[in-house]
Design a protein around this ligand. Structure first.
Ligand code: GLY
Length: 294
């Protein structure tokens, strides 16, 4: 039997990052992929690898997740995240206020195994139960997020049309697949709004023997086409990883005029990535070989 090809791929969100930030976003993705790869290389699980990679992205203020998440209409941060493995074990949190690493709250929910998705005050109570406290607003809000919110309020900038989510997929030495996705959602969103990222089959999906996928972009559109499930169904039907990614993004545009992107891994460790936006920084390491792009 062939040994699984250890692989991790991450993205920093589909959207239109300005030229100056793009190299920083690409480098942030490379750092996250390296962190995930470190876990895989020492024999860690795919689940551990995607959580580790996404935590690095949540700590990076360039990305709309954790520290650097966008503000909602009330000027507050509410984050969504999901983590899942190929055994259909899922943990997800939605509209969770002021937490820097929602992916780790989601992981704790997965490990507990009782519920799949917690939202709002209930998600925060669960985080606290796990010893994860919300951050003070000034420690989570970046100058960029605040300025954008102020411009949107003043009508000087249209509300964002894509969610700039971060995400990761991995395949480990035992052939296990996992996915993790984390986001601040749409800038200027209504408080309580939940996007695609925490919804299994929409923003995040993994299934053993087939693949794992993380989507990014306009959440309402991604939910309508169950984007990540649709991508894995293409792998199930025999598509190559890159073909499945491209066809799934094309479907997003054609069926619901949605903007976004996707990363995925198939069961052999082949990677796929595609976008119909101006940019989507991504990075991967497969069998020790790094690659990245925007
Ligand atoms: N894709 C992230 C969101 O729309 O919330």
């Amino acid at each position: 039997m062939l040994l699984p090809m250890l692989t991790v791929i991450v993205h920093g969100g589909a959207g239109s990052v300005d030229g100056e930030r793009l190299p920083r976003c690409r480098s942030g993705c490379e750092q996250a992929a390296a962190a995930g790869w470190g876990v895989l290389e020492r024999g860690g699980s795919a689940l551990e690898a995607v959580e580790t990679a996404v935590r690095v992205l949540e700590d990076n203020p360039e990305f709309n997740a954790g520290y650097g998440a966008v503000l909602n209409r009330a000027g507050e941060i509410e984050v969504d995240a999901a983590i899942a493995d190929g055994e259909l074990r899922i943990g997800a949190v939605a509209a969770l206020p002021w937490v820097r690493h929602p992916i780790s709250v989601a992981r704790r929910l997965l490990e507990r195994g009782e519920h799949v998705l917690l939202a709002g005050a209930g998600a925060l109570a669960f985080a606290r139960e796990c010893g994860i406290e919300p951050d003070p607003p000034e420690q989570l809000t970046t100058e960029r997020a605040r300025t954008r919110w102020e411009k949107e309020r003043a009508g000087a900038l249209p509300p964002s049309g894509t969610g700039d989510t971060v995400g990761a997929c991995a395949l480990d030495c035992k052939g296990r697949l996992a996915v993790a996705t984390s986001t601040g959602g749409l800038s200027g969103k209504q408080p309580g709004r939940v996007g695609d990222s925490p919804l299994f089959g929409a923003g995040s999906y993994a299934e053993k023997n087939f693949g794992a996928a993380s989507a990014t972009g306009h959440g309402e559109s991604i939910i309508r086409v169950l984007m990540t499930r649709s991508a894995i169904d293409r792998l199930r039907a025999g598509s190559a990883a890159m073909t499945a990614a491209a066809a799934t993004v094309a479907e997003l545009g054609e069926r619901v005029a949605g903007e976004g992107g996707i990363i995925l891994i198939d069961r052999h460790g082949a990677i796929g990535h595609a976008r119909n936006t101006a940019s989507m920084p991504w990075a991967a390491i497969s069998a020790g070989l790094p690659s990245s792009g925007t």
